[in-house]
Design a binder for this molecule. Structure first.
Ligand SMILES: [Zn+2]
Ligand SMILES: [Zn+2]
Length: 256
């Protein structure tokens, strides 16, 4: 039974200050989805709105769901330097730091309005560049786990070469650094209509015994635990028996 959702955005896509009113629906929908352990991981660039005192007040008021505070850090060319500084300053108060690549240079490739940019690339060169950025992100440290590992496929652009030729070394690095990889149902709500990451990568993760987190990447509370029945079947199919949860960056594996 899946019980944890480790990628969520109470702010949605904007710098919305945390208040009890903003956070309360997340407790309500976590209960509806039968979730017991939920990490809030708003985007690094909106950190001015992440009021930790408001979060702690909320966390202490919710008795039946374990809420954790995290952040999704990425390679935003404009804000990531100050985002990392904020994390450094607040690191001991955070439970979980999720790492993502959302940019190729200054191109926010996962935005539908900039989709045409894909046509300017040799797709294998783009995949190579994307996974180079993932490698840089990992080597910067700070993160506890990786979000949507193959996000570059979001609009259905597939490499000519076998996917594992791009990912193999990345998975080794993830294993070496003892990081988690997220199983994200968000891919099913995007044009690619596929779990992040795709089957071949999921299989390799299992083989390497890399710990996983489960996540919906909800930008609205009602998406908490989205498509978890479907995710549960996939995890069963590939033989996963545990998921990772975090408290103050300390990983614990729990049976599912
Ligand atoms: Zn993301
Ligand atoms: Zn996200």
């Amino acid at each position: 039974m899946l019980f944890s959702d480790y990628h969520n955005h109470p702010q949605g896509h904007r710098d919305l200050p945390y208040t009890q009113e903003v956070l309360e629906p997340w407790a309500e929908y976590a209960r509806k989805a039968n979730l017991k352990d939920v990490a809030l991981t708003d985007h690094g660039r909106y950190h001015p709105g992440i009021n930790l005192d408001e979060f702690f007040k909320f966390r202490d008021s919710v008795k039946d769901v374990n809420f954790k505070i995290g952040i999704e850090i990425d390679n935003d060319p404009e804000t990531s330097v100050i985002d990392y500084k904020w994390i450094e300053k607040n690191y001991d108060k955070l439970d979980f730091v999720l790492g993502s690549v959302h940019f190729i240079d200054d191109w926010a490739f996962d935005y539908a309005q900039y989709k045409d940019e894909f046509d300017k690339w040799d797709i294998d060169k783009l995949y190579t560049k994307y996974f180079d950025e993932i490698k840089k992100l990992i080597n910067k440290g700070v993160i506890d786990g990786l979000a949507h590992l193959d996000l570059i496929k979001i609009f259905g652009h597939r490499p000519k070469n076998e996917i594992m030729s791009f990912v193999k070394d990345i998975l080794k690095l993830i294993k070496e650094k003892n990081l988690t990889v997220e199983m994200s149902t968000a891919g099913w709500r995007k044009p690619v209509n596929e779990l992040y990451p795709q089957d071949e990568i999921v299989k390799a993760i299992k083989k390497l015994n890399i710990p996983i987190t489960t996540a919906s990447d909800a930008h609205t509370a009602k998406d908490l635990g989205h498509s978890y029945d479907r995710l549960s079947e996939i995890l069963k199919k590939y033989g996963f028996t545990q998921v990772a949860v975090f408290e103050n960056h300390k990983m614990r594996l729990v049976s599912i």
